[in-house]
Design a protein around this ligand. Structure first.
Ligand code: GDP
Ligand code: ZN
Length: 300
């Protein structure tokens, strides 16, 4: 019989927070020969003396990360779904959404868009949201302040039996409020962390996993990712980039050149579709911004 699998629920500089298959949490240290572990990682743990030691890492099904210049930041592993949290205008951020969605496509992680603060009105955000609905991306509308729409989020978690999911978003969109609705004990967990570190709120770059017990005692891990302001995408390759935009991928075979960059080549199907309004300006702008970041950071 193999070792029982534990799951990583948080990583600080010295300690790994882990949860056993029954949901009991404890702390461990990382065996020195192991590379970095991250929230959502499945690991094996052995008791060495009086101390729990993470002795091996079970191969990941996926890894969500960001990279700016040479700095890579692992965010979470083994995700069944990433919820990209936004709020209505002026907080609806297409640059952030497109970078996150492209990273999910690249890592093979399904994603869902959450539009929070619907109580403030959807009118000014409608056309931007439509872009994503037309791409076939699932959109959920919530008002975390009133618990409105949280049910649809819970049905996705439960119907799809999502074992490990994560929420990401720029700060201020209501990510913490949504997590507190999903996992009422989350506030307590955050409070525990702050009493140790002396911080008022989780302002660090640390991800924290909360456990939600759903219907039929189904256990779900929900990872609260730090409120990233910029989402560096230097980990993506410039050749794969167009294919990470679904509406580009399906049209690019009609470009004259097989390796068309969709910037200045003649007979480019992507720029033709942009001109016709079949591809949204905001999506094309995101593509160009990401492409420029990759060119600027290309190793020579
Ligand atoms: P986070 O930075 O993304 O974790 O956002 P918070 O959960 O801390 O919320 C930021 C602010 O938005 C707080 O003042 C919340 O009270 C407010 N807020 C959160 N959800 C909603 C909502 O659905 N509607 C409205 N009007 N305000 C909200
Ligand atoms: Zn092209």
């Amino acid at each position: 019989m193999g070792m029982p699998e534990w799951i990583v629920t948080g990583v600080s500089r010295r300690k790994i927070n882990i949860e056993d298959p029954l949901g009991v949490r404890s702390q461990a240290k990382l065996q020195s020969n192991l590379d970095e572990v991250v929230c959502g990682d499945r690991v094996e743990v052995e008791l060495v003396g009086e101390e729990n030691v993470v002795t091996s890492l079970i191969p990941r099904t996926n890894l969500f990360l960001r990279k700016f210049r040479e700095r890579t930041k692992y965010l979470a592993a083994n995700l069944d779904c990433l919820f990209v949290v936004n709020a209505v205008e002026p907080l609806f951020n297409t640059v952030f959404i497109d970078r996150t969605l492209a990273s999910c496509v690249s890592a093979g992680i399904p994603s869902v868009l959450i539009v929070n603060k619907r109580d403030l009105g959807l009118d000014h955000t409608r056309s931007s949201i439509d872009v994503y609905e037309r791409l076939g991306i699932k959109v959920i509308y919530t008002c975390a302040k009133e618990q409105d729409g949280i049910d649809s989020l819970i049905s996705i978690l439960e119907e799809k039996a999502l074992g490990v999911s994560a929420l990401c978003g720029i700060s201020g969109v209501g990510k913490s409020s949504i997590i507190n609705r999903l996992v009422p004990s989350a506030t307590q967990t955050v409070a525990e962390v702050s009493s140790r570190t002396g911080q008022g709120k989780q302002t660090t770059t640390m991800a924290i996993a909360h456990t939600r017990v759903g219907k039929n005692n189904q256990r779900q891990m929900i990872i609260d990712l730090p409120g990233l302001q910029n989402f560096g995408i230097s980990h993506l390759s410039i050749t794969e980039l167009p294919n990470l935009f679904v509406e580009f991928a399906e049209r690019s075979r009609d470009c004259k050149f097989l390796d068309c960059s969709h910037t200045e080549e003649p007979q480019c199907a992507i720029r033709a579709a942009l001109k016709d309004g079949q591809i949204a300006n905001s999506r094309y702008e995101s593509y160009i911004g990401m492409r420029e970041e990759l060119i600027a950071n290309r190793p020579y």
